[in-house]
Every structure is written in structure tokens, then in C-alpha cells.
Ligand binder design. Structure first.
Ligand SMILES: [Zn+2]
Length: 337
């Protein structure tokens, strides 16, 4: 078993999550003010101690997130960035020697990015009008957009209040919103300067920043259960392995719009993704009862499921803008592709 020292106390943990949430809100308000159709809603964050809930929109004005997600990320990043695992530290920092204070800066940065990916996804449900749409079109009064971290929990059909295709398209849209926002939030010279604004220059270039965003994304999805042999079919979301590929493609697309040096999904990048999932899997195999392997759930990437995915994508691209128009807070549905 891994030993984990120095777990952040509860008050500081809640503060950490709240800071991430405020940062996401500010980013949307500042960056998207030109496409706001109406005033931004006042959204509050409830940090829950109930580990059955991971994250969900309670209404257009409230998002609930469980401390369990934070603890999971904290435990993982503190283990892989500990001195015992200095290989990972060296690979993300380019440093020849392990430095505890620099490692703690990376832990904090990667945790923030992973949490913001989740929070931007929920904010995407609100800003793109999903909650408002479902409130008007569903007889089910409880709008459950919960995302399970313990993905072995089976979603029941009762959780799906509307046509499965619409629900999956909405989730896809929230993923796209999150992928676009996280790149806009981090991959920018001024952001890198402000992160480096101390003695430790932890970000070397915009591409380095992109790689850190990508790593936080793959790590988050892997912890959500990419390779978990007990992961059950999810009626609400597109298959998890496809969601990761789609998210990374949208991140690359967003990055390339604003940067001259382009990134493509090369073999190097694919090998890095597999390496990261393997790293998470070996951690999960020591800490969880399920068996995690990169060869598990590969059927999600097979032709048939891609066919299903294509149907959701076509539906998304052809219908979603029209459907959401009366409800969305933004005049342009993200991403604009
Ligand atoms: Zn969602």
C-alpha cells in the first residue's frame, strides 16, 4: 500500500475547491462577455461530504461537488509526484534532480487543472442552457447531471429523463465546453508568466503548458475508470474512452487556433496517453478492488461503438444549436466547429 502523509485539512481543501470554482467563473465572465446573451447567473458551489455524489448541477444556480473527488486527486498526485516516484517528476519538470518544493507546485497545479476540467463541464451544462432545457422539457423535476467517479456504480434508466441521444449529446457538448475553456484558461503567455512569478519557473513554454493540461486530463479520465474492468455501461454519457479522445481532440483544436506552433495527435502523444493511463492503472490496482488495464473497455473504441458515437455527433452538430437556442446563456455554442 502507498503511504500518504500530509493530507490537506478539510477547511483548506474546501478553500482549494472554491478557489478553483471562482477561477472558472471569472474565466467565463471575462473571456465570454461578448457572447453573453443575458446576465451571468449567480452560481454557488456546495462542497459535499457525501462520497456517493461526485459532482452535479443542482440547479442553474448551484453546483455540488464531493470532497471525495478532491481526495482522490490529492492522493494520486501526491503519490506520483513523491520522491519515490521521481521519474514522473523528472518527466514533467525536465529537472535533473527531485525538488520537493517544485513538486508541490506541480501537485497543486495539476490538481487545480483536473478539478477545473470537472467544474467547467458542469458550468457548460449551465451556460449552454442544458439545465434550462431539461427543466422545460422533462417531467422529471430532479435534473441529475451527476458524473460518477466510482464508475462501477450503475446508472439506472430512471436517471435518464429524456431521449438517450439528447442526453448524450448534451454531455458531449459539456465536455467540449470544458475542453475549450481549460485551454483558454491555461495556454496563454500571460498565464504562464503569472504561474512562474516566483523563484520556481515550473512552466517552460506554451507547449509545455499544453502537455500539463493534457496530462491532467488523461489522469482525471483514467481515475474515472478508463481501464476499470468493473465499469458499467453509462446511459448518460458517451463511452468514457471515446469521451477522452473527443476531449483531447477539442483541446488540440482549441490550442491550434491561438498558437502558431501546432500540435497534432502524433504517435508520441498517443504513447504518452497510454503511458499515463498505465501509471494511473498501476496506482488503482494497488488501492482499489477492481482490475485496471489499458486493454479493458477497448470495445468502446471499436467500429460499432464509433458508429453509435457518429450518430450522437451528427445529432449534436445538426440539432443541438437549434434546440438550445432559447435556453443558452451564450449566443455561440462551444466549440464553434
Ligand atoms: Zn455532465
Amino acid at each position: 500500500m502507498f503511504k500518504l502523509n500530509n493530507i490537506m485539512d478539510l477547511d483548506s481543501s474546501i478553500k482549494f475547491i472554491e478557489n478553483c470554482f471562482n477561477d472558472c467563473n471569472e474565466n467565463i465572465k471575462n473571456d465570454m462577455k461578448n457572447i453573453l446573451k443575458k446576465k451571468s447567473p449567480k452560481i454557488s458551489l456546495k462542497v459535499s461530504l457525501d462520497s456517493n455524489i461526485i459532482v452535479r448541477c443542482l440547479s442553474i444556480n448551484e453546483i455540488e461537488i464531493s470532497i471525495a473527488l478532491f481526495r482522490e486527486l490529492e492522493a494520486f498526485y501526491k503519490v506520483v509526484l513523491s520522491e519515490e516516484n521521481e521519474g514522473y517528476y523528472k518527466s514533467i519538470s525536465d529537472d535533473k534532480n527531485y525538488c520537493p518544493s517544485t513538486a508541490s507546485l506541480y501537485i497543486s497545479l495539476l490538481m487545480s487543472i483536473s478539478i477545473k476540467i470537472i467544474l467547467f463541464h458542469e458550468l457548460g451544462h449551465i451556460y449552454n442552457g442544458h439545465i434550462q432545457y431539461l427543466q422545460n422539457n422533462s417531467t422529471n423535476k430532479i435534473i441529475d447531471f451527476s458524473e460518477n467517479l466510482q464508475s462501477s456504480i450503475e446508472n439506472t434508466v430512471n436517471d435518464v429523463p429524456l431521449d438517450e441521444m439528447i442526453i448524450k449529446a448534451l454531455e458531449w457538448n459539456a465536455d467540449d465546453f470544458s475542453a475549450t475553456r481549460i485551454i483558454a484558461r491555461y495556454c496563454h503567455e500571460s498565464v504562464i508568466e503569472s504561474i512562474n512569478n516566483g523563484n520556481n519557473k515550473i512552466i517552460h513554454s506554451n507547449q509545455h503548458m499544453f502537455l500539463l493540461v493534457l496530462e491532467s486530463t488523461v489522469i482525471l479520465y483514467s481515475l474515472l475508470g478508463l481501464g476499470n474492468n468493473n465499469r458499467k455501461e453509462d446511459f448518460k454519457h458517451p463511452p468514457l474512452r471515446l469521451r477522452l479522445i473527443s476531449t483531447i481532440s477539442t483541446q488540440i483544436f482549441s490550442y491550434n487556433i491561438f498558437n502558431k506552433e501546432k500540435i497534432d495527435l502524433s504517435n508520441d502523444l498517443i504513447n504518452l496517453i497510454i503511458k499515463l493511463e498505465n501509471m494511473v492503472n498501476s496506482y488503482c490496482n494497488k488501492t482499489k478492488p477492481s482490475i485496471y488495464k489499458t486493454s479493458n473497455n477497448l470495445n468502446e473504441l471499436m467500429k460499432e461503438s464509433q458508429g453509435i458515437n457518429k450518430k450522437i455527433e451528427d445529432y449534436y452538430l445538426e440539432n443541438l444549436t437549434e434546440i438550445l437556442k432559447p435556453y443558452a446563456i451564450l449566443s455561440v455554442l462551444t466549440p464553434n466547429k
